[in-house]
Design a protein around this ligand. Sequence first.
Ligand code: NAP
Length: 210
Amino acid sequence: MDKNMVKNKRIGIMGGTFNPIHFGHLLLAETAYHQFGLDEVLFMPTKNPYYKNLSNTATEEDRVNMVCLAIEDNDHFCLSKEELDRDGTTYTVETLRNLTTANPDHKYFFIMGADSLYHIESWREPEEILRMAVILVAGRDGGGSSSLKSQIAYIMNKYDADIRLLKSPVLEISSHGIRRRIKDGQSIRYLLPKKVADYILEHGLYGQTS
Ligand code: NAP
């Protein structure tokens, strides 16, 4: 049967600024896909977000192009422009409302790193986010530190949420670190897909000095 015809799909959402996308994001999504038997993972670039100071940044178009290059060899990863195509500030709760209204039979799994779970109560309408999606969260220590486990228990109890721990190998890679290395003229090889690194170099992104 055509994969797109399947009802009741299990859809992962890998939201991010992706400035730039790197192997940490890709490994997180791939781990979620396998560990939770997902049908596909949507890579959903945010608009330039209100909660980050994005000087030394790439345009939305560049971020989308880099995501496309990064996921093109994986047939269960797809680009979603759900957030980029909306006007104004984008909030995860609106994204999930749109997706669940359009596809009420699907189950959504929002994939995130630990920091996002520590901040989720400052997001708009966290109780609604946690009602509409299962949260898949990964610690940066590969297992889930006692502090992350406490945070999971706290959010689950407070909001009656469904939060599962992702058992993902840890890659100590960050978009910020990559941008800094580029600015300092250091190599970014093996931190992100070669096609993305080549795109950054060809388009002179992130204040390259050489
Ligand atoms: P990002 O910096 O591009 O990161 C995307 C995700 O990848 C984050 O969850 C991050 O975890 C994780 N990650 C990054 N590097 C990793 C690595 N080496 N290993 C494992 N995981 C790694 O994106 P973002 O700006 O945090 O945004 C994430 C999502 O949250 C987006 O969909 C955004 O719209 C949403 N958000 C919503 C609101 C709201 O609705 N009010 C507010 C803030 C964010 P960490 O969280 O641990 O960095």
